[in-house]
Design a protein around this ligand. Structure first.
Ligand code: HEC
Ligand code: HEC
Ligand code: HEC
Length: 290
């Protein structure tokens, strides 16, 4: 299965000093990166050799323009040489991507600096920048999905209500079910059942906090703010507390109730899905394909 994402607008990111936004197809395919890339990302916790190569290449590339701004031709020449070597090396690292590189332009860049030919230099630089952004736009998303995002597949969540371990997806189903039960019972004026569902939902959303650290390993020590202040934070528990207070009066306001449920739907479910679900969906589609 292939994921098709239609981008209405696409913001171009350029890693060089100038910025360009190349034409990009509105029918954009997110396909898995080539298998030969796996070896550069094999060791978790270590910076990928591919990334190291990119940084080397990028630094040399920028250093050429910076030196030329200062009319420092000697340094520019050294960096053009360095760039050529690192660009050539990168072109050999992933055979499937060989065609994405323009070695002729890299050589012309080197020659143009040696001969101080500004016109040729401009043309070569532009041609090279095109190769950077073309490959990044086409492949970065796939690389991030494959190598930078942990999968939800291996995560187990303990359901505090049924007291059993569930898959991430199953747990989402339970969470959703208990949230719906609050509203349905409320609409039927069955506040006793609504209260019960509210208690179950509160336990489940609180338990969801334990899964964040499965992926956000280093976030905890950075500052007093932690990732779990988002989507499963005190504001969500406060909204639940507000609903409960309403129930306790015996005559809860429908307006207040709807306001609090809408807050939870938006600030917890929706916002977390906007951040985390696209990647999980793509990973799942690729798995079906394998
Ligand atoms: C054949 C494909 C390809 C070409 C050509 C390419 N890149 Fe990349 N580059 C990538 C991919 C894929 C990543 C993302 C790697 C990752 O995030 O793990 C990347 C990442 C980068 C990064 C970010 C590294 C980091 O610290 O995360 C920089 C900087 C970069 N490229 C610079 C360049 C420049 C400059 C050029 C052109 C002179 C270029 N790249 C050409 C594929 C390419
Ligand atoms: C399957 C792995 C996974 C799980 C589980 C997960 N996240 Fe994330 N989340 C990520 C990744 C990857 C990013 C991208 C940025 C990064 O790596 O921090 C991200 C980004 C975020 C961001 C935006 C930027 C940032 O890093 O601060 C927030 C906020 C966030 N997650 C909160 C949470 C909360 C809260 C939970 C638990 C209720 C959670 N996440 C569970 C993988 C996960
Ligand atoms: C930590 C972030 C996070 C929070 C908070 C969260 N979800 Fe999810 N949810 C996910 C991710 C990630 C998936 C995709 C899981 C997968 O495919 O493995 C998902 C999938 C789902 C699914 C199944 C797919 C679908 O859309 O039919 C449902 C239903 C769901 N969530 C409901 C909810 C509800 C209701 C809430 C709020 C009470 C909620 N979720 C809160 C991250 C979150």
């Amino acid at each position: 299965m292939i994921i098709r994402i239609i981008f209405a607008a696409f913001v171009g990111i350029s890693f060089t000093l100038s910025s360009l936004s190349p034409a990009f197809s509105s029918d954009f395919l997110v396909t898995p990166p080539p298998k030969s890339m796996d070896k550069y990302y094999a060791e978790t916790g270590k910076v990928s050799d591919w990334i190291i190569q990119m940084q080397k290449m990028s630094t040399a590339f920028s250093a050429i323009s910076v030196s030329l701004d200062k009319k420092n031709w000697n340094v520019a020449e050294k960096n053009a040489e360095l760039f050529f070597e690192s660009y050539q090396k990168a072109s050999k690292m992933i055979p499937e991507w060989k065609e994405e590189f323009n070695l002729k332009a890299a050589n012309e860049l080197k020659e143009s600096v040696q001969t101080k030919n500004m016109e040729k230099l401009g043309t070569a630089t532009e041609a090279l920048e095109k190769t950077c952004s073309h490959c990044h736009m086409k492949n970065n998303n796939s690389v991030w999905v494959r190598y930078h995002w942990p999968s939800t597949e291996t995560i187990k969540v303990l359901d505090p209500h049924e007291e059993k371990e569930l898959s991430y997806e199953e747990y989402m189903g339970k969470l959703s079910d208990s949230l719906k039960r609050i509203s349905v019972n409320f609409e039927q004026n069955d506040f006793q059942q609504a209260w019960k569902a509210l208690d179950i939902f509160t336990k489940r959303i609180t338990s969801l906090r334990s899964v964040c650290s499965k992926c956000h390993v280093t976030e905890w020590t950075k500052s007093s703010v932690s990732v779990k202040d988002f989507f499963v934070g005190e504001d969500i528990l406060n909204s639940l507390q507000e609903i409960k207070k309403g129930f306790a009066t015996g005559e809860p306001s429908e307006e207040e109730f709807n306001k609090n449920i809408a807050y939870i739907n938006k600030r917890s479910c929706k916002m977390c899905h906007l951040v985390h679900q696209p990647t999980a969906a793509i990973q799942k589609a690729w798995k079906q394909k394998d």
